[in-house]
Structure formats: C-alpha cells, structure tokens
Design a protein around this ligand. Structure first.
Ligand code: CDP
Length: 716
C-alpha cells in the first residue's frame, strides 16, 4: 500500500487521495460512533411524535425516566425544524449537568464545544463560566443564567425554543422561569417561542394544566390527577384573575418509557444512628462480596460528610489485600471544581471500582455511567427558611419517596443492579410522597428581586405554579426594603438593579454594593470574602479534637481574632501571594486546594462583573495580593469590611446575653457558634454570621465579632 497523503481538511473531512475515499475527521468518527448509541435510547422512537407535537403546539410537556435521552436528544430533534431559526436554550438546575451535557451533545453532533472554535454549535453558560461561540445554536445553561439573560432581554428574542429540564426538582428558579414563559407565550413577541418542559417523574399533568389554563387555581393544579399517556389535552374552563391574556393554548403531552433493569432492594433491619458508619460498612461489604464489574454510587448529604467518608474509605481501602480490586473514591457535589467533577464520567482504571460519593446531584441531574450499586442514606441537605424567625437554615432531612425511588433507579441503568437503603422499610413508608417545592421553603427575597428586575411589579399576582405563602412574600419585600433594593413605593431601586445584576444573593450583593462606596473603599477585600462564601468550604473538615489542634497550628498565620470573614480574606490573600507551589501551600494549611481554585475563579469573575457594573474602574494588577496585604490587615479597613457585611446581613446578628449564650436580634433565637469557626468558644459582644445551620443545635456558621455601636451607626 502506498503512503497516504492528506489534503487540507474541508468541512471536518479529510480525504486520502490514493484511495479516493472520504475519511471522517476524529470529531465525525466520534459522532458516527455515538449515533449508534443514540438510536438505542428510549426517546429515539418518539422523534416524529415530538417534532409533530411542536409543529402544531407551542408547549410540549415531556416526562421520561432519567437516562431515557431527554436532555441530550430533544434539542437535536428540533434543531433542524423550519420554525427553529433561532437558538435553543436548555436549562439545568446545576452547573455540572449543564457543562457535561453540552460536552456530550457537542460530541454527538460532531461539533467542537463552546468557545473552543468559532464554528461550535453547542455551548454552555453557567455562573462564572460562559463558553459559547458566534455559531452557537444549542446552549445548555443553568436556570439562574437564563434568568440573568432575561435582565438584558426579557423577551429572550434570540431563542426559538426554551427547554426547561428537570422541572420535577421544582427549584425556585424553575418556578420563576415557568411563570415568565407563560407570560411570554401570551405576549406579542416578534417570533413565536416554543417551550418544552421536561420531567423525570410522570407527574406532569399539573404543569400542562398550568400552561393550558390562563390562571389555574392552586387546588386545581395540585389535585389534578389525569393520566399522561401521550395525548393532547385542550384548554380547561378556568378562573380569569390572571395578568396574562386568556389566550387559549394547546399543550402536547408525551411520555417516554424508560429502560430500567430490575433493581434488588435491601433495607436495614433496624434503624441506625450513625450514617457514616453504616455507609462505610455497606461500601466494603459490597466491594468485598460482589464481583466486578459495577461501580458504586453513595448518596450523602453534603461536602463535609462526603469528604469525611472519602477519608475513611480511602484509609480502609489501604488495608485491603491484593485479592480485591482497588477502590477509587470520587466525590461529587455542586461546589466541586469542574475538572474534578468531570472525573466521574471517565471509566475506572483496570481492576478498580469507582465509589462515587455524591449529594442528590446524582439523583436525576447527572448520569454517572457504570453504576450497579447504590447506597442511599435516605438524607438530603436542604435550605429551609423560617419566615417567622427570618432565618435561613440548612437542615439535614429525610428524602421523599420519589427521591428514594429515583436514587434506586440509578442502579439499574445499564443492567440489573442493587440498592441498599440505610433505613428500614417502615421508615420508607413514612416518607413524604414528593419533595416540597423550594418556593415553599426558601427565602423569597432573591426570587422577588428577580421578578422586580424583570419588570414584574405586582409580585403577588405573578403566575406561580405553586404560590408561596403570602407571609413569606411580605417578609421578603420587607427585607428588600431594608437592603435598599426597593423604593418605598415597592418599585426596584437603583441599588436593587445593581444587586440583581450580580450573580449573588441580595444580601451578598448588598455587601458588594456597600463595599464599592468611596467612603467604605474595601471592594477588592470584600470580593475575596464573598468568593469564599460562594464556595462551600475552603477549610478541610476537622472532626477530632486532635485534628483541631493540628489545624490551629497549621493555620496559625491565617487566623484572625475578629472571626471567620477576615480569616477567609487572609487565606485568599496568602494563597494568591503564593507563587511557587499552591497545592503544597494548601496542604500545609489544611485548606482544600480544589476549593481555593474555585475561589480564585469566582473572584476573577466577580471582579469582571463589578467592572461591567461600573462598581470598579479596572482590574487590579498582578501584584495586588502583596501590595494590598498590609492594608487588608489594617484595623480601620477591617472594621469597614465587617460593616459592609452587617449592611447585607442585618438579620444574621446575635448578641451575647448575661447567661453566656448568643441570641439573635431578629426572633430572639439562641444560636451557638459553630465549632468550625475561629470564634468558637469565645465570648464577644455581638456576632454577625453568614448562615444558620440547624443540625442537633442551632449553629451560626461563618461568624465574626461585631460591635453594637456599629449597628447603631448603620441602622440607627
Ligand atoms: O435527560 P435524560 O435523563 O432523559 O437522559 P440524557 O441526559 O439525555 O442521557 C441519555 C444518555 O446519554 C445517557 O444514558 C448517557 O449514556 C448519555 N450521556 C452521557 O454520556 N453524558 C452526559 N453528560 C449525559 C448523557
């Protein structure tokens, strides 16, 4: 055979002259290979039905089990439709899902990903990271980013179709998006927009009703139980109190049967108190008794428990004899940097079993390949807002039956699997049927500010899928008023507009605005702290007294007696100033290098955002960390920094009482300083804290010492 000469690649295709044959480029080869896999997906045979439904109707509500192909295939099915001349947005609750889906769909389409090439057709946009090109047609983006785009263009004019994925999770953002889209469908937009709403649970009649009816009452939406077997429903007789014109709308419903192998269930015979111990025990029991292959997916509550368990599993795994396969522990939680998250999608090395320790992120949002064993602790960490107390607390709660079933399903995607529930069968029976929508249990101030910034002034009249309690709405309006985000009339203020452009909660946004004031002059320092607070925890978990002492010594240089905010600042500054070996620096200080990388990322993005919003003139130079280090430790600057935080967190202040306890100003609730805090065990006049965590006690986490005198100065 003669040597092969390649001509210039044209349209991604290389020609080998002497054979006269067309040799596909690597991208195209991959595309062709994946096409075979795509054709096996349950959704593939519904292609025509889905296209027809969208040709005739504006709204398609689609249910199908996780893994049936909804997120990856739907945008590709509709891309070439004559009505689809603009872009397609696909929203995701989590950044990791948005990025990994974009990567997968780009591969399936044989196009480069995001900003890597001007010809790329698939991109993504997540908070602090946008990767698109001038040719982007399909954009995976987090719900928050779509809402952010609505600030620039409330009509979402560049899109022909919005695909709202994972609605069963019922995040607040999804509920807002659904409400806005309902308005948009009824509006006089230049080009009509199509909406696809997708859910992993079959319980979608309420949503179709919401779109079909001009103003469904809550009872109707929640109690509606029809079957969702691929038929088109018409509009219903409905009340007329809606701000949206009562245009009649046809909604298509489609249900895709999943491909699920049988999963054997195992419960505990009696309840356990120690979830860590039970999980550890179960992991090794499976590993040692069950032959390969088959990876394990363990559902934990959050970063701390995941990292704690990771350490234990790795320690025990070292003691395994060579008769057993190796164990590769991979954590998965939202705050994990992207590169680390992507590792879970890669196959394990030979003779190794992956053990993925995940939050509920892997429940429906992210599909981890290779999993045959699921260990379910039955717990989830949720934010719960208590309107009366005005306190946001992070609670570890029992999951719902629907979550438990989703978790179980993860074991049966590629073959028969096993699911080990670390609770009893009786306990399962007592679980709630569905997860409570976030809008019923969250602080509504962010949601309300989002509505106001997008032109919805009458927030009480907003078309909510599930209207939140009025008390919560009123409280949130009051808080926004306190933050200065609203005028007395209830309209959004200039400060409110500035806050709404920042990818932060109204409280943190307010802190940034305050810090940018000339008289406060501490924006860069504040950005560093806010960046840390946006990443779950930079300090590695400390669980024993001995480890605590060790950490105290290792972190001595960084600890600031005023508390956690300034300690975080010192940590960021020291890390940024380290130019030789940052990983080693992090290890030496018992700080998570991964978390610090995320902090640096967020910090960069926040600076860019502040420049864009004219809060900052220009980006600081490279020598900034060293040059400003001294200033950051200067007492007056420190005081101003804490005052800025007070301005944004006026509800998170507690004073020392004569009995030695701390009581909140709002609600008079007793709080204890969290053991992870620099202030733990110390008595100061008053504390300001970042969050309120309720585990066995009410803990204030991320606490700093403040003076009552400052409060008088700020709030009068
Ligand atoms: O949305 P749904 O859960 O119904 O399915 P999907 O996310 O479209 O996934 C369909 C298939 O694509 C999965 O079973 C995986 O084999 C593959 N996939 C992948 O390899 N990587 C991803 N990031 C997402 C999906």
């Amino acid at each position: 055979m003669g040597s092969l000469k390649e001509t210039q690649p044209a349209n991604g295709v290389k020609r080998k002259r002497d054979e006269g044959k067309v040799q596909p480029s690597p991208l195209q080869q991959k595309r062709l290979k994946l096409l075979a896999t795509r054709k096996l997906l349950p959704i593939w045979s519904h292609q025509k039905e889905i296209r027809d439904a969208l040709k005739e109707n504006d709204v398609l509500v689609l249910s199908g089990e996780t893994g049936s192909g909804k997120s990856t295939q739907i945008p590709q099915f509709i891309l070439s439709q004559p009505w689809c001349t603009g872009k397609i947005a696909v929203t995701q609750p989590r950044r990791v899902a948005a990025i990994s889906l974009a990567r997968r769909v780009a591969e399936e389409m044989g196009t480069p990903l995001g900003s890597s090439s001007p010809a790329s057709k698939v991109g993504y946009s997540v908070r602090f990271d946008e990767s698109t090109s001038p040719s982007t047609r399909i954009k995976f983006l987090t719900e928050g980013m779509l809402l952010q785009e609505m600030l620039r263009d409330a009509t979402l004019g560049q899109y022909s179709c919005i695909v709202v994925d994972e609605v069963h999770e019922r995040s607040v953002n999804v509920d807002l998006i659904l409400g806005f889209l309902r308005g948009l469908l009824a509006s006089k937009r230049k080009k009509p927009i199509k909406v696809v709403v997708m859910s992993a649970t079959a319980d979608i009649q309420g949503i179709s009703w919401f779109f079909a009816a001009p103003s469904p009452s809550v009872e109707n939406v929640e109690n509606f139980t029809g079957n969702a077997n691929g038929h088109t429903i018409g509009t219903e007789e409905t009340p007329v109190k809606s701000p949206i014109s009562a245009e009649e709308r046809q909604i298509s419903i489609c249900h895709v049967e999943g491909r699920q192998y049988p999963v054997k269930l195992d419960y505990l015979a009696s309840p356990t108190e120690d979830i860590m111990e039970a999980a550890l025990h179960r992991i090794f029991q499976i590993h040692c008794k069950e032959p390969m292959p088959g990876d394990m997916l363990v559902f934990m509550t959050g970063q701390e428990t995941i990292q704690g368990l990771q350490k234990l599993v790795e320690e025990y795994a070292q003691g395994l004899t060579a008769d057993y396969p190796k164990i590769l522990v991979l954590p998965l939680f939202a705050a994990l940097p992207q590169a680390a998250q992507q590792r879970i999608f890669q196959p394990a090395p030979p003779n190794t079993r992956k053990v993925i320790l995940s939050t509920n992120i892997a429940e429906t949002s992210v599909t981890v390949p290779g999993v045959r064993f699921v260990v379910d602790t039955g717990k989830v960490k949720v934010k719960q807002f208590r309107n009366r107390l005005g306190l946001d607390s992070l609670l570890v709660k029992q999951i719902s039956k629907s979550s438990a079933d989703q978790r179980k399903g993860r074991a049966g995607r590629e073959g028969p699997g096993q699911c080990y529930r670390l609770y009893t069968q009786e306990a399962y029976q007592t679980l709630e049927r569905d997860t409570i929508p976030e809008i019923l249990r969250c602080d509504l101030s962010e949601a309300i500010l989002k509505m106001k910034a997008r032109g919805t002034d009458d927030v009480l009249g907003f078309p909510f899928l599930t209207p939140p309690p009025r008390e919560g709405m009123e409280r949130a309006l009051l808080q926004l008023l306190q933050l200065g985000a609203l005028e007395d009339t209830g309209r959004i203020s200039e400060v409110g507009r500035k806050i709404s452009r920042l990818p932060l909660t109204p409280s943190l946004g307010r802190v940034i605005i305050e810090a940018a004031k000339p008289e406060m002059d501490c924006l860069l320092e504040t950005i560093d702290i806010v960046a840390c607070l946006s990443v779950e925890n930079i300090f590695l978990n400390i669980d024993t007294e001995e480890a605590r002492e060790q950490a105290q010594t290792a972190r001595q240089q960084l600890l600031r007696r005023q508390g956690d905010h300034l300690t975080l600042l010192a940590a960021v500054r020291a890390y940024a100033a380290e130019h030789s070996d940052r990983r080693r620096w992090a290890d030496d200080h018992l700080i998570s290098h991964r978390a610090m990388q995320s902090v640096m990322d967020v910090r960069k993005q926040l600076i860019a955002q502040c420049i864009q919003s004219k809060l900052l003139d220009k980006a600081p130079g490279n020598d900034r960390s060293r040059a400003t280090e001294d200033r950051a430790t200067d007492e007056a600057t420190q005081e101003r920094i804490l005052k800025c935080f007070l301005r944004g967190f006026s509800n998170n202040i507690a004073r020392l009482c004569p009995d030695g306890s701390y009581k909140t100003f709002v609600g008079n609730q007793t709080v204890t300083i969290h053991p992870s805090s620099v202030l733990f065990g110390r008595k100061v006049e008053a504390i300001l804290y970042n969050e309120f965590v309720f585990t066995n006690k009410a803990y204030a986490r991320g606490a700093s010492a403040v003076q009552i005198r400052w409060l008088e100065e700020i709030f009068g």
